[in-house]
Design a protein around this ligand. Structure first.
Ligand code: FA5
Length: 345
């Protein structure tokens, strides 16, 4: 085989290698075997030295022509492979707009808001009005007016968050909805039949049954001749209306500085229907909140004569109520805002 033939064959081989490269990386890796010093096309330069000048010129021209052809084949393939790579990238990054729903999914009120709305409906159905008050309260409304002076040990019942407004410890984030009782009594004289829902704050660490921010609903009745029997009857009527006839309520003696006598009120465990289960610690009852007859000192603080009027009040946690109603195990789940959880209710 002549040197010219060998050069032609080496050129064809190089073009074949170029055509076989399936990616830019493969092409780059093959380049030394095409044009490198140790490649076939690279080694012919040395062989030219042994030829006579005429032949050297002829073979040299042929070598250059073959090298040019191979160079062009390489550039073409590089361009082709770059186009393939670009297409692949575009395809991978393409947004599939066909997956976007044609109409947006509708949300709904949060579990706690739903519970609050239902509670309001039930109480309104029983003849109560709904009132609201501020979440940042003065010490007087949150404590003093409720018969809890600064020195009173009962203050430790509420782990309080104080607001630094440059006025001593005078302003707090309300620890319960009871200050709204005071505002309602101030703004409107008896007779009062009101419920007061709202957000409250405590320095409580979040766990399965506690949140630092939660919701309560307060109830207040002040009128002539109101007795403890009215309180018990109201709570029982409410329990049946909210949970159904099979659930009833009971009162246990307790202590709150703003009510005398005071009680905790329990309802039949909604999970086991009173049989006894893990949620109710096998007692068949679940604690819902506190209640009692409005303390005469509280009535005096808002200029209502305790000789003429008497009243009862109650307050309970809405979040725990929603938790029980839906058999949710951990209060924190309600506030992580996981739509997969919330959309179930
Ligand atoms: C009170 O806050 C009284 N103001 C209730 C009251 C009103 C008594 C009127 C008498 C007359 P207590 O601290 O127990 O009471 O809270 C009432 C309810 O709030 C509890 O039974 C519970 O359901 C709920 N609760 C208390 N702390 C938390 C918390 N950290 N997270 C969620 N719910 C809570």
């Amino acid at each position: 085989m002549t040197l010219t033939d060998e050069i032609t064959r080496a050129g064809e081989k190089a073009v074949a290698i170029i055509a076989e490269a399936a990616s830019l990386d493969e092409l780059k890796a093959a380049e030394p075997t095409i044009f490198g010093k140790k490649s076939a096309l690279g080694s012919f330069k040395k062989s030219l030295g042994g030829l006579d000048p005429d032949e050297r010129r002829q073979v040299g021209r042929h070598l250059n022509a073959v090298r040019d052809e191979v160079g062009e084949a390489l550039a073409r393939r590089r361009e082709q492979l770059a186009a393939v790579e670009r297409r692949r990238l575009l395809e991978a990054e393409r947004l599939d707009l066909t997956e976007v729903p044609t109409s947006p999914r509708l949300g709904h009120a949060h579990l706690v808001s739903q519970a609050q709305e239902r509670l309001e409906d039930v109480f309104v159905g029983m003849g109560f009005t709904v009132a609201e008050g501020p979440e940042a309260e003065t010490d007087w409304y949150n404590f003093e007016a409720l018969n809890i002076p600064r020195w009173h040990p009962a203050r430790s019942m509420w782990d309080t968050l104080y607001l630094d407004l440059g006025d001593g410890d005078n302003v707090v984030l309300r620890t319960h909805t009871s200050p709204v009782q005071i505002r309602v009594m101030q703004n409107q004289g008896p007779p009062i039949y009101s419920v007061m829902p709202g957000r409250v704050y405590r320095r409580d660490t979040a766990d399965a049954s506690h949140m630092p921010v939660f919701h309560q609903i307060e109830g207040l009745v002040v009128d002539r001749g109101i007795t403890f029997g009215d309180l018990a009857g109201t709570l029982d009527a409410f329990t049946a209306a909210y949970f159904g006839e099979s659930i009833s309520s009971r009162l246990r003696p307790s202590y709150f500085p703003f009510t005398e006598p005071s009680a905790e009120f329990d309802i039949t465990c909604v999970i086991c229907g009173g049989e006894g289960c893990q949620t109710c610690q096998r007692t068949g009852w679940i604690e819902l909140g506190g209640c009692g007859m409005v303390h005469p000192n509280v009535l005096r603080n808002v200029d209502i004569d305790p000789e003429e009027y008497s009243g009862f009040a109650f307050g309970f946690g809405i979040d725990r109520l929603a938790l029980m109603r839906h058999g949710v195990e951990d209060l924190r789940q309600m506030f992580t805002n996981d739509v997969r959880f919330l959309s179930q209710f």
